[in-house]
Design a protein around this ligand. Structure first.
Ligand SMILES: Cc1cc2nc3c(=O)[nH]c(=O)nc-3n(C[C@H](O)[C@H](O)[C@H](O)COP(=O)(O)O)c2cc1C
Length: 198
């Protein structure tokens, strides 16, 4: 049966009225909600069902202190006030899990294991997609987000992913945003500027 479009209220919540946040209310985010976000993220499509994304949720003072030195000046203070910040990373060796994730094609691991370049490209592309699903999932569950790439990736990798094949992509603060700190909405490209139908 064809699906009906989701409601206008849902579209407002996820897109039209959702804004990138710069300050956070003092409302905690439960582990149950963090798990609920990931359960949705994991269902989004990825190449060969590879799920290359690995996430560290920073929710404690100790975790925030480890993150702080690697953040750009403009991102530091606000990230320290966020109830949770997800470090969205990708596993360069994601292909080792393909026998589990793509069992109907036993050769899938070898599509990637022989080429570092293809593995890197695939992991980064799909973790960026899963990062986008993350933002949409968090908003759908009633949370606000603040995605950020202004940080030292090598520093974060050393601090949180040392000894692994995981690299950071971007970080995303989550919680309940303070509407007073939201910037005016910037313009977007129109359909005519960004798209062609051929
Ligand atoms: C991958 C990514 C990286 C971003 N990096 C930063 C950042 O380092 N610092 C920051 O303040 N905002 C950052 N932003 C926020 C964007 O500037 C913001 O989402 C955009 O201007 C749209 O704002 P709006 O969602 O309120 O319309 C980033 C957003 C994304 C998706």
């Amino acid at each position: 049966m064809p699906h009906a479009p989701i409601s206008d209220a849902a579209l407002d919540q996820i897109f039209r009225q959702a804004r990138t946040q710069n300050a956070w209310l003092d409302t905690p985010v439960s582990e149950t909600l963090l798990r609920a976000i990931y359960e949705l993220v994991a269902l989004g499509p990825t190449t060969a069902n590879s799920n290359p994304t690995r996430i560290v949720f920073v929710t404690t003072e100790e975790g925030r202190k480890r993150l702080a030195p690697h953040l750009s000046e403009g991102n530091r203070a606000k990230t320290m006030k966020a109830p949770a910040t997800a470090i969205i990373g990708y596993d360069l060796k994601f292909y080792d899990k393909l026998p589990q994730l793509f069992p109907h094609n036993p050769g899938a691991r070898e599509w990637f294991s022989g080429s570092e370049e293809l593995a890197e490209k695939t992991a980064f592309r799909n973790s960026s997609l899963e990062g986008a699903y993350f933002i949409i999932a968090a908003r759908a569950l009633g949370l606000d987000t603040g995605p950020m790439s202004g940080f030292n990736n090598a520093g974060v990798d050393q601090e949180f992913f040392a000894g692994t094949s995981i690299k950071s992509n971007f970080i995303c603060a989550i919680g309940h945003g303070d509407p007073a700190a939201v910037f005016p909405r910037s313009p977007r490209l129109s359909f005519e500027e960004a798209c062609r139908i051929v």
